[in-house]
Write a new protein. Structure first.
Length: 320
């Protein structure tokens, strides 16, 4: 009798151990099956990204443009955009796995542009990893935006009121170069004013140009033609620079380009069209008019830089 009882116990203990182990495994699998999506990564499943945008005082901001960038081969490519709702909230759904960056811009230009988390340049933005889960808390507190404004005037009285003009704004990109931000067209005659608003605290560069079919002037602040020699404009948070003015055609920012066009026998050619293409605008050109009776041509107000010059015979007598 005693030996039989010990034998039964030896069989019963392993069976109980197996039952307990199976029960524990079942409970673990059930817990994993009911785990919230944000508690685990599922790289093959779509994810989302969301946050709130407020001002420095904590007030929710509606209508803020939120730009999403996806890291691709060490570069950030635009991946979508949305607007904050009345409560300052935004959300991007159905996002593939990857590293994202988020930017915030105020269309009304009251608040300065910003990248998550609190950076003025994309290169300094904090990366946000999305891998099949809901990412929340990508918030922003926007500070008042800065302003750069000024007047563009032209000394050339022959520049008619139909002349075009443009002011461009570039920002220091943090890599030793500049990143284009915005441009403003000038079309109301000269002098004309321009204003760039909603700017983050950073270093900026401004250039202005004006011209018509026969004249072209360009200048970068402060009184130089070369973009890489432009003086930086250091703008603080919410600051205004209202003294970034330009006087085009004063001689400090332009030169004269001219020459003589001759034929096979060195005879001067009249009526040859002259087209001048700057290196920064390979898709367009400036019309320098046609050669005079002595084959000469002159174009004034030319910014000092290298150009490509094309000669065309409207009558088809000579090869271009």
């Amino acid at each position: 009798m005693s030996a039989s009882r010990f034998s039964s116990r030896r069989v019963l203990l392993p069976v109980l151990s197996i039952v307990v182990a199976c029960l524990a495994l079942t409970l673990l699998l059930a817990a994993q099956a009911h785990a919230r999506p944000q508690d685990r990564d599922a790289p093959d499943a779509p994810g989302s990204l969301a946050g709130l945008v407020r001002n420095a005082g904590g007030m929710p901001l509606a209508g803020i443009t939120v730009e999403l960038y996806l890291e691709n081969d060490a570069n950030a490519q635009p991946a979508g955009h949305t607007l904050t709702n009345a409560g300052g909230a935004y959300r991007f759904d159905v996002l593939g796995a990857g590293i994202y960056y988020v930017g915030f811009t105020d269309p009304a230009q009251v608040y300065g542009a910003q990248f998550y988390a609190g950076e003025s340049r994309l290169i300094d933005a904090a990366p946000v990893r999305v891998a099949g889960r809901d990412v929340t808390g990508i918030d922003a507190a926007l500070a008042p935006g800065g302003v750069i404004t000024g007047v563009v005037a032209v000394t050339d009285s022959l520049l008619n009121r139909d002349a075009y003009g443009q002011v461009t704004l570039n920002m220091d990109d943090g890599r030793g170069g500049r990143r284009f931000l915005d441009s403003i067209a000038l079309h109301d005659g000269f002098p004309d004013t321009y204003t760039f608003g909603g700017l983050a605290a950073s270093r900026y560069y401004v250039c202005a140009s004006a011209g018509d079919r026969n004249r072209f002037y360009r200048e970068c602040y402060n009184n130089t033609v070369a973009s890489d020699l432009a003086a930086p404009i250091n703008l603080g948070t919410g600051a205004t620079r209202s003294d970034i003015d330009f006087l085009l055609g004063d001689g400090a920012d332009s030169g004269v380009l001219g020459g003589v066009v001759t034929g096979p026998q060195d005879e001067p050619l009249e009526g040859i069209a002259i087209l001048i293409t700057p290196p920064e605008e390979q898709s367009g050109h400036y019309d320098a008019g046609v050669t005079a009776i002595d084959g000469s041509f002159v174009m004034t107000g030319v910014p000092p830089q290298a150009y490509t010059i094309a000669y065309q015979d409207p009558k088809g007598r000579y090869l271009n």
